[in-house]
Structures are given as C-alpha cells and as structure tokens.
Design a protein around this ligand. Structure first.
Ligand SMILES: Nc1ncnc2c1ncn2[C@@H]1O[C@H](COP(=O)(O)OP(=O)(O)OP(=O)(O)O)[C@@H](O)[C@H]1O
Ligand SMILES: [Mg+2]
Length: 337
C-alpha cells in the first residue's frame, strides 16, 4: 500500500463545488467555486445548484491539479462526497468521480460529508487526540458527537427541527439580509448589544431545536414594526447581537453538560457556524475557565470545502476502504457509528 498517495477529493453536496489534492496527509491545493446565483432567492435552489456544479467541476479540478503541480495521471485515488446533501448536487460529484476513477483505473473513495466536517481537524496541526467532543453546526445539521476514532462517532444529540445555520439564515431573511445571512449577522452583532431577550431553546438531554426561536423573532419583529415601521433598520445590530447570543448560549450549554457528564475536556467545533465569532469567543472563554483543550478549525475548513473530504479519504485509503463503481449518492446518509 502506497503510504503517500495522491488523492483528488471532490465536494459537491450543496452549493459549493470544491476540489482538493492531497499527497499523503499533506494538503497541496484546495479550491472552491461558490454559487452566487442563490442569493436572490434567499436560499439554495437545488436545480440551479446542480447545473452550476456541472459548469464548475472541470475548471475547479483542473485548477486544483495545476496548483498542486501534478498531472491527472499521477493520481492514486479519487474521493467524493457521497452524502448527505442535495441529490442533484451529489450526483454531479459522484458521476464525475466515478468516470475519472474508471478511466484512470484507480480506486474510488466515498466520504460522508458530516464525518468530513469533523475530520477537518486533521488537515493541519494541532490535531485532537481521541476521544473528543465535537459540536457540528452547519446549514443542515446541529449535532453533538463523541468522536472515539476516525470512523467511530457517537451522536449524543442533534436538532429536532432546524439547524443552527438555518436559524441564522432564516432570521436574517426576516431582517432583510441576503443569503447566507450567518456571516452578516455575525458582523452586525459585533456592533450591537444583546438588548432583546429571545427564548433560549432548552430541550432535555442533548437535543437542540431552533424553529421556536425563528417564530419568536418573526412575531417580535412583526409587533415592533407596528410600533415603529423603521424598527429593523434602527435596531439591526442589537437584534443580530441578541439572536446570536441566544444561539451561542444554547449551543454552549450542551457542550458544557456533555463535557461534565462524560468527563471529556477535549472540545472541537465544526461546520459553517463554527466560523461564528461569538461561538469562537464563548468557547475560548470557557476554555480558560474550565481548562478545556479546545480545537477550532481555520475558517476555510469550517464551511464546505474539499480539503475535509480529502483528509477523511486519506484515512480510508490507508484501510483500503474503497467503493465500487455501482455506488450512488445517499442524500440522507447518517454519521457512521
Ligand atoms: N460567521 C458565521 N456565523 C454564523 N453562521 C455562519 C457563519 N459563517 C457561515 N455560517 C453559516 O454556516 C452555514 C453553512 O455551513 P456549511 O457550508 O457547513 O453548511 P451546509 O454544507 O449547507 O450544511 P451541511 O454541512 O449540514 O450539509 C450557513 O447556514 C451559514 O449562514
Ligand atoms: Mg457542510
């Protein structure tokens, strides 16, 4: 078994087309083509996403190879996101990866997108030791997980309804912000105060819920606008700060509870919402207080990217965990436990 294979990794689960090249565990290139087309609709339009993936995938892969300084014939394996995600989007990456692997006669590796968000911690140093807790907060998921090993992950709890990222995006829509609103709310929150008290989602155990918060903000804005039609523009940063604060607190409560209950003080965060400065700061503050050993990924590795797919694929390559060419996308794939 070649211990330092050249692996091309492809990510196309939602609206970002990513390609990365690894040489062993070393990342050589990592490119993402974003899709601006969805902004005008306030959310991802699946049919448009898959068409854009078709346009982007060949140029993105070509650039990833060029930046890595290798020729396509030097590749030892092709990895791609098999799920979860949008069927049409996954299909583009899957078909491309299968075709290339078949034409080069090299192994094909499937990667679970949510496992890859966690594996983003192994792209660069310092890397967490097992076991560790991971709070995965993204556009489609909110999960608290004990990571026992590379492919042994135990979900303690997840959201019953909306993900934290979706709450950011939908509340942003109510505020007239463009999609994705998470980073915009984050920026505006820095200039505001947590003046408004929204109900903190508080489910038993390790479950999360954000649909109630969305409704509470919707009704709050409706009532305030009756009193002052300019309420949103007059108070935008305070509303953003209040929303972000309650989301961050609800996430932190569960992480603290799990750390205490399971006696694990290695804490990691993953997924797009882990780019949130309020969450990062709250984690840093608790780290000082509780002597946690905390790992926060680089912003580039938080939102969807192919580097996280590549590092997950590298560990599967070492185990010769290869897929066959009859594999099809799995839009509702669960985390391997
Ligand atoms: N700084 C930030 N603060 C808050 N949310 C953010 C920030 N940056 C990105 N996000 C949110 O992260 C989400 C996108 O993350 P990611 O790309 O991991 O999700 P996804 O791939 O759409 O979903 P999943 O990984 O569950 O399939 C969006 O909801 C976006 O608003
Ligand atoms: Mg994602």
């Amino acid at each position: 078994m070649n211990q330092s294979p050249y692996i091309l990794a492809i990510e196309s689960s939602c609206d970002d087309t990513g390609a990365a090249i690894f040489h062993g565990s070393q990342l050589l290139s990592n490119l993402t083509a974003n899709q601006k087309v969805h902004e005008q609709y306030g959310g991802v339009v699946p049919e448009l996403a898959s068409r854009k993936h078709e346009e982007h995938i060949i140029p993105v892969v070509d650039q990833a190879l060029a930046q890595a300084g290798i020729d396509v014939t030097q590749l030892d394996a092709i990895a791609f996101t098999v799920g979860p995600g949008l069927l049409g989007s996954l299909l583009v990456g899957c078909s491309f990866a299968k075709t290339l692997a078949m034409s080069l006669d090299i192994p094909l590796i499937t990667v679970n997108h949510m496992e890859a968000h966690i594996m983003a911690h192994f792209i660069e140093d310092p890397k967490p030791q097992f076991p560790f807790l991971c709070l995965t907060v993204s556009g489609g998921h909110t999960q608290l997980i004990i990571v026992h090993d590379f492919h042994e992950m135990e979900i303690l709890g997840e959201t019953r309804d909306d993900a934290a990222g979706e709450a950011f995006d939908k509340i942003g829509k109510y505020l007239g912000l463009s999609y994705p609103a998470g980073p915009i709310i984050d920026k505006l929150a820095k200039e505001g105060k947590p003046k408004y008290k929204f109900p903190k989602p508080n489910l038993k155990g390790y479950e999360f819920s954000y649909s109630g918060l969305k409704t509470a903000v919707l009704y709050f804005l409706r009532d305030q606008k009756k009193l002052n039609p300019d309420f949103i523009q007059d108070n935008l940063s305070d509303v953003c700060c209040s929303v972000q604060s309650v989301i961050v607190q609800s996430l932190m409560d569960k992480v603290i509870k799990a750390s205490n209950e399971y006696g694990i003080n290695r804490i990691t965060i993953a997924g797009g919402v882990s780019a949130n400065s309020g969450l990062r700061k709250a984690l840093e503050n608790h780290t000082d207080e509780k002597e946690w050993d905390t790992y926060i990924p680089k912003i580039d590795y938080c939102t969807d990217n192919a580097a996280m797919i590549g590092i997950a694929a590298y560990y599967k390559y070492l185990k010769e965990d290869f897929a066959t060419l009859d594999i099809t996308p799995q839009p509702r794939l669960k985390l391997a436990t």
